[in-house]
Design a protein around this ligand. Structure first.
Ligand code: GLU
Length: 607
C-alpha cells in the first residue's frame, strides 16, 4: 500500500533511498526500512515511525550503490520493527520489500514452517523471500518468477540478492511500480514523485511483469519468461517535485492552487462559442453520446463526493439517468451492466484498489469504463484506456482538495458535452460554458477574502458533535466538508441531507451544537432555510455558507460566509472552499498532523 524506492547506481545509494522515501511520506505509513548491498552481504535497517528516525539510525557514510527502501502501512501484523520491511530469507542473502497483500500467505507459511523454516515476523510479506529461496539455483529472475507464480493477492515488490550485487528485481501485480532510466543508474519507485528529480524517462511496469534493473537499464519478462519490450515515456513538467514554498502545509498550498488547477482542467476544453466542451480522451462522437442511456460513476472517499456532484449534474442538465456508486460496494453486488450504460471510474491516484476492482467487474461483464484520473500512467488510466485526466498536478496532502474540484470540473465538462447532444440549445450551452470559464477567477476572489473561517473553527474545534447539511448539490458538498473535518481535525461530525435531518440527527441538537449549512441561492434554498429554523429552534449554533448578496440567508446564521454566485450545478466548486479551509484551520488549531493524518493513506491500494 505504501512506498517502495530502489536504485542500482554508481554513487552512494543510501541518500537517494532516504530522499525517495521522504518524497513518498505524504502517502502515510507507520514504519520504514532499507537494505543495501555491501561487499560483506546485505545490510538491513528498520525503524518504527518516521523516515527521519530511520535515517538517524543509519551509519554515517553507509556504503553501497545498490539498494532499496520501503515505507510500510501495516495490513498483516502490528506496527513493530520486526514487521517492518525489508524481510530476508533464512540465509539473510535475499531481501524483499512489498506493497500489497499476499492472500495465500497462511498456507504458504505453514508449508514452509513444516519444512523447518523459522519466521521472524507476523507479516504476509515474509513468505516471499523464503519462497524465492526455495526456487533459487543461481538465476535470480527465474527464482522470483517461480515464487510469484505461487502467490495470490496484490503486490509490488523489489528483491535484492547478495549474490548478484549489480541487480535489483521488481515485479507487480496490482500495486504500482515505475522504473526511472537515469544516466548510468536505474531507479525504481511506487510513485513517480520519488524519481522525477533524477530522471523523467520512465517505464510503468504492468501487472504480471518482472523487471531486472541494472546500471544499463531494464530487462522485462512476463511470469512465464516471455520477454516484453518496455514502453519508455517522458513525464510532464506538471509532475515536477512540488515545493511547499511559503505555505505551512501542502494542504493549505493545494487549497490555494485551485484557481490554477481548475483553469488547467478547463484549458482547451471549453468551446465557448458553440456552448459545448471538447474532450479528446473519451473519444466519443456526438452520435456515440446520443446512444448513452445511463451513466454510472464509481469512486471512493472524496472522489465519491465529486462523483455525486457529477451524477446530479448529468441528470439535471442532460436528463440522462446517472448515479454515483461506492466502488467497494458496487463490485460485490453482482452489478447489472447494460450495453447503453457508460461507466466512469473517478480516482485521484488512479491506484484505488476498490475502484480498480469495480472497473474489472464492469469490464468482465462487457461494460465500457472511462477513467477520471489525476495521475498519468496510473493503473486505472491504463485499465480504462480512455478517459479524462483532471490535471490538478501532484496532490501531496493526504486530504484531497484540489483534486476534488478538478474532478468536479472534469465531470461538468462531460455533462455539458452530453447535454448539448440532447437538452441544451446553443444559447443555453453558452451560458454554462461561460459560467465555467468564470470559476477560476471566482475561486481566487473567494480565497482572497474567505470570511470568518477562523471564528467557525473556534466554534467546531472542541465540539462533541457537529452537523453539516445541505440539499441537492449542496448535500454532496456537506458530505465532503464533514469528511475533511474528520480526516484533518478528527472532530466527530456527520453530513445529512437538510430535509432528512429531522428524521434522526435533530435528536443530537442541544444548546451550542455547531451546524454548518450549505445554502447557495439555488432551487432548494427556501427549503434549506426552513431546516435552518428547525435546528436554530433547538439551540444549534448555525454557520451559513451562502451566495454573495443574500442578506436573508446570511442573517439566519450565528456566523455566515459568502461565496461568489454561479449556476446551481457549478455551485459545489465554490461552496466547498470554506469547508476545506475550515477543516484545515481546525486541524491547525488542534495541532494535528495536517498533511499526514493518523491512519490514513493517500492512495488506498488495498481493499
Ligand atoms: N502486507 C504487508 C505488511 O503488512 C505490506 C503492507 C504495505 O503495503 O505497506 O507488511
Amino acid at each position: 500500500m505504501c512506498g517502495i524506492v530502489g536504485c542500482v547506481g554508481q554513487r552512494r545509494v543510501a541518500p537517494i533511498l532516504v530522499e525517495g522515501l521522504r518524497r513518498l511520506e505524504y502517502r502515510g505509513y507507520d514504519s520504514a526500512g532499507l537494505a543495501v548491498i555491501r561487499p560483506e552481504g546485505l545490510s538491513v535497517f528498520r525503524e518504527v515511525g518516521r523516515v527521519a528516525d530511520l535515517a538517524r539510525g543509519l551509519p554515517d557514510e553507509l556504503e553501497g550503490s545498490v539498494g532499496m527502501a520501503h515505507t510500510r502501512w501495516a495490513t498483516h501484523g502490528g506496527v513493530s520493527r520486526k514487521n517492518a520491511h525489508p524481510h530476508v530469507d533464512a540465509t539473510g542473502r535475499i531481501a524483499v520489500v512489498h506493497n500489497g497483500i499476499v492472500e495465500n500467505a497462511p498456507e504458504i507459511r505453514s508449508r514452509l514452517e513444516r519444512d523447518g523454516i523459522r519466521f521472524r515476523s507476523e507479516t504476509d510479506t515474509e513468505v516471499i523471500p523464503h519462497l524465492i529461496r526455495t526456487f533459487y539455483a543461481g538465476d535470480p529472475q527465474q527464482a522470483v518468477r517461480a515464487a510469484l507464480q505461487r502467490l495470490q493477492g496484490t503486490y509490488g515488490i523489489a528483491v535484492l540478492f547478495a549474490d548478484h550485487p549489480d541487480l535489483l528485481i521488481a515485479a507487480r501485480n496490482g500495486s504500482p511500480l515505475v522504473i526511472g532510466l537515469g544516466e548510468g543508474e536505474t531507479l525504481l519507485a511506487s510513485d513517480s514523485q520519488a524519481l522525477v528529480q533524477y530522471t523523467r524517462r520512465v517505464v510503468f511496469l504492468s501487472d504480471g511483469e518482472v523487471a531486472v534493473l541494472s546500471r544499463e537499464g531494464v530487462d522485462t519478462t512476463l511470469l512465464d519468461g516471455v520477454r516484453v519490450d518496455p514502453a519508455i515515456q517522458q513525464l510532464d513538467e506538471e509532475w515536477d517535485v512540488p515545493d511547499r514554498g511559503d505555505w505551512a502545509h501542502f494542504m493549505e498550498k493545494e487549497i490555494h492552487e485551485q484557481p490554477e488547477s481548475i483553469r488547467r482542467c478547463l484549458r482547451g476544453r471549453v468551446l465557448a462559442r458553440e456552448g459545448t466542451a471538447k474532450l479528446g480522451g473519451p473519444d466519443m462522437t456526438p452520435r456515440d453520446l446520443l446512444g448513452v442511456g445511463r451513466v454510472e460513476l464509481l469512486a471512493c472517499g472524496t472522489s465519491f463526493h465529486a462523483a455525486t456532484v457529477g451524477a446530479m449534474a448529468i441528470e439535471r442538465l442532460a436528463r440522462v439517468p446517472a448515479s454515483a456508486r461506492i466502488a467497494s460496494e458496487f463490485r460485490y453486488r453482482n452489478p447489472i451492466v447494460n450495453r447503453d450504460t457508460i461507466f466512469f471510474a473517478v480516482s485521484q491516484s488512479g491506484e484505488t484498489a476498490d475502484t480498480l476492482g469495480a472497473v474489472r467487474e464492469v469490464q468482465t461483464k462487457g461494460g465500457e469504463v472511462l477513467g477520471i484520473v489525476n495521475v498519468v500512467g496510473s493503473s486505472l488510466a491504463r485499465a480504462c484506456g480512455r478517459g479524462i485526466y483532471v490535471h490538478s498536478g501532484p496532490e501531496l496532502a493526504v486530504a484531497s482538495t484540489k483534486a476534488f474540484t478538478s474532478q468536479v470540473t472534469a465531470l461538468l465538462l462531460f455533462t455539458l458535452l452530453l447535454a448539448r447532444t440532447r437538452t441544451l440549445s446553443g444559447h443555453e450551452g453558452r451560458a454554462v460554458a461561460e459560467a465555467l470559464l468564470r470559476i477560476p477567477d471566482q475561486v481566487a476572489a473567494y480565497l482572497e477574502d474567505p470570511g470568518p473561517v477562523e471564528a467557525v473553527a473556534d466554534l467546531v474545534q472542541h465540539a462533541r458533535y457537529a452537523l453539516f447539511m445541505g440539499r441537492g448539490f449542496s448535500h454532496a458538498v456537506a458530505l465532503e466538508g464533514a469528511l475533511k473535518l474528520k480526516e484533518v481535525a478528527y472532530v466527530p461530525c456527520e453530513a445529512y441531507p437538510a430535509g432528512e435531518m429531522k428524521h434522526g440527527p435533530i435528536a443530537m441538537m442541544e444548546e451550542g451544537t455547531p451546524v454548518v449549512v450549505v445554502v447557495p441561492d439555488d432551487s432548494v434554498r427556501e427549503k434549506t432555510l426552513s431546516n435552518v429554523q428547525e435546528v436554530r429552534a433547538r439551540g444549534a449554533r448555525v454557520v451559513v455558507v451562502h451566495s454573495e448578496g443574500d442578506p436573508e440567508a446570511a442573517a439566519m446564521g450565528d456566523l455566515s460566509i459568502a461565496v461568489p454566485r454561479t449556476l446551481e450545478i457549478l455551485s459545489p466548486l465554490l461552496t466547498v472552499l470554506p469547508l476545506q479551509l475550515l477543516a484545515y484551520r481546525t486541524g491547525v488549531r488542534l495541532g494535528r498532523d495536517i498533511d499526514r493524518p493518523r491512519n490514513l493513506a493517500k492512495s488506498v491500494t488495498v481493499e
